[in-house]
Design a protein around this ligand. Sequence first.
Ligand SMILES: *Cc1c(COP(=O)(O)O)cnc(C)c1O
Length: 950
Amino acid sequence: MTSAASQYDPYDFANRRHIGPTLAEIGEMLERVGAPSLDALIDETLPPDIRQAGGLDFGRALTERRAIERMRETADKNRLLVSLIGQGYHGTTMPPAIQRNIFENPAWYTAYSPYQPEISQGRLEALLNFQTLVCDLTALDVANASLLDEATAAAEAMGMAKRVATSKADAFFIDRDCLPQTIAVLRTRAAPLGWRIVVGDPFTDLDPAAVFGALFQYPGVTGAIRDLSEPIAALHGAGAVAVVAADPLALTLLKAPGEMGADIAVGSMQRYGVPMGYGGPHAAYMATRDAHKRALPGRIVGVSVDARGNRAYRLALQTREQHIRREKATSNICTSQVLLAVVASMYAVYHGPMGLKAIAQRVHRDAVRLAEGLERLGFTPDHAAFFDTVTVPVGAFQGVILRNAVANGVNLRKVGADRIGITVDERTRPDIVQAVWRAFGGDALAYDEAWPAPRLPAALHRTSAYLTHPIFHMNRAESEMTRYMRRLADRDLALDRAMIPLGSCTMKLNATAEMLPISWPEFSEIHPHVPADQAAGYHELIGDLSEKLCAITGYDAISMQPNSGAQGEYAGLLAIRGYHLSRGEAHRTVCLIPSSAHGTNPASAQMCGMSVVVVGADAHGNVDVDDFRRKAEQHADRLAACMITYPSTHGVFEARVRELCAIVHEHGGQVYLDGANLNALVGLARPGDIGADVSHLNLHKTFCIPHGGGGPGMGPIGVKAHLIPFLPGDPRTGEAGAVSAAPFGSTSILPISWSYCLMMGGRGLTQATRVAILNANYIAKRLESAYPILYAGAQGRVAHECIVDLRPFQKSAGVTNEDVAKRLIDCGFHPPTMSWPVAGTLMIEPTESETKGEIDRFCDAMLAIREEIRAIETGRADRADNPLKNAPHTVQDLIGAWERPYSREAACFPAGARGMDKYWPPVNRVDNAYGDRNLMCSCPPPEAYDAAAE
Ligand SMILES: *Cc1c(COP(=O)(O)O)cnc(C)c1O
């Protein structure tokens, strides 16, 4: 293409869904940035020696209609049976009101992580409900706002146990009745940190003095329900920490982990209305005692106040997290599972404590009925007491019963060589129970509607109350529920309202056509452990998407297992570690990381037992190659890896990236290239060609999976051939090697990325990259006369994002980057990334999805804000009392006395705010420090609501 505007390209027209600017607008924007054509702009932006040879060729791009048909054909290749496999995954029903109003509602699923509390009050409230739910069920004091899955939550708990235990032992005990995938992930996690894993029976094999902690499953994977008070007390006697992985539905009937003395509880909230999805995404939970709250990993929502003293929510205790503490953080967790935590919390609001208990009782009764039938057939379950899971010895009949079950439409769990496990759930109905009996030879057994006697252990009945807060007792008429979900959604600013120009986070369009398939039962209701022939559609999808990602990245293989970018980093560094070990070079443990790296990089390196050596940046935002070389030489004997981001976190295509890779290789290290910025590379350059050995890709950035308000995400890794043997292993085996609970991570959201690739085609994807770069350069150009733009490439071009420096205005006007960020909320925008990678700046990434109109609205707002700053600089506005310092403004600012030196109109309707369509933030600026001083991380008592409403 010579000039984008000069020729009509029907191909681009087909991609109008994803690519914001029209061809005519592209022409105008090119003129503004001073480039004769898109090609010329790209030539000025990307160093020639990294450009990929041919273009991406994925054949013809599919129309939206054809792509949906293709999804349908693929979904139909999955065979949907009833899965009673259990093992951490259960059938459940997402109430339709929640499915349509949250799960399928872009107001919820296109929101970003709640780092800007003023525009996140809705999801923060839903997450506070989630934390309250978890605290109540577990009888512990503080819960976080979700982790990635139960297995990784258990691994985080092990790490936390090490931090808080007074015991100096270096072994961790795992109950043999834990989920196999949990045991696998813990084994993986423990190895690089030098911790020993002991698996056994807690009542006979646990030596409390030999361990720093232990994990128990409650109820166990075989269904056993044991009183854990005794082993927990023994652990405490030895200064060790007790972790209980508990089923949150069982906890409505059973004594809580906190009541048995547990220090930490973890688990999966999947069965609270979140479909199994062949492994995910689901929200895991984690709770602990008040004494350990500062050691808790993951995001925690807390209650604070805004500038008016009104109640406002925000993330608490952020100084524990990777973005601040880097390799000293409590974990590398960044993206978690907000959308699914919101769904689970709404499920609890929808059913209330009585409803949840009724569901649990129904599940239990069906388990008892099922067991009674099996007993009549001559099979004796292993455990006298159980909740939802029955394990039966079947001797040599195992194979035939499992096959019979499948023939009757039911998957059961194979346990060892001679047992079968059956786990019933919320959706189990009489015909399913009868189908199981038939599989066991009981064709004539009748389902008796009468309530059987429960078989829960008498000593472990739950007596304590839970979900007593009024939110779980609201009038649950659907009219009220719908309005509650709508009210919360309206408090938040998501992509369905305005551009979210978050540097590094790539908040691009999540097209509706891409989202449709994830609600289809053939994708959403598949248990992750079904036989492969029942998931043929998924395997076709994973295979083709992997091939496309290999073609895009230049890698030889992809692992879909990591379920976030940070998990991808961890998996990639483990692959590097495995490679060094295989060559007898276990001593290679040094990892070079530029000072500008994302906080997850050093935090992940630490989890792999690596020590971080920080490399500086030069004045242009590039990695300081001399410093890099010096440190590589200095640590040559122990060099394991470097982690670099490309284009750099400064938004620049470094010209010497090949040289960096060569230096590391020369000294025996491997190159980890953080692929979060792949949106600037697709179709133009490939990490695998530049010299990198492994990368993670954020499918929730570049490949259209929505952010969900802070998760889900997917962070698959691509590797060169020599690292293939060290890719994550199968978690179902229970062996070391797995990094997530499910073999393909959050599998059910992969159709989104796949359909994006199918609808764009290779050329469309490349055009998206080119327009993303154009959009960023256009913003840089429009803002450069008003604000210093930090960093550019050799020819003055930025990559797909740009950094606006606000530090000069601190001195000239007392204005900080935070003031500008909050003022942008008044203008109807989500603030850009604040103070990363450079303190005192804003990093803006428009993505290709934004139109020229929306980008101009944003630039107009930024330029108007510059005039407001100028008014302060020239003394026309007060230094302390001005629209920037008081931003954001709310409807409260329209009523009552007004004593500010500027008008209400100026306060509430600055440039960009769209008249009658204006977004009103629900709170004024939130006081973060107050919240940390007065920590409250579950729903405040009802009196507090009344006070706040005054
Ligand atoms: C987003 C991001 C990550 C982490 O990804 P998560 O999915 O949030 O864990 C890592 N590195 C960079 C540069 C990123 O922008």
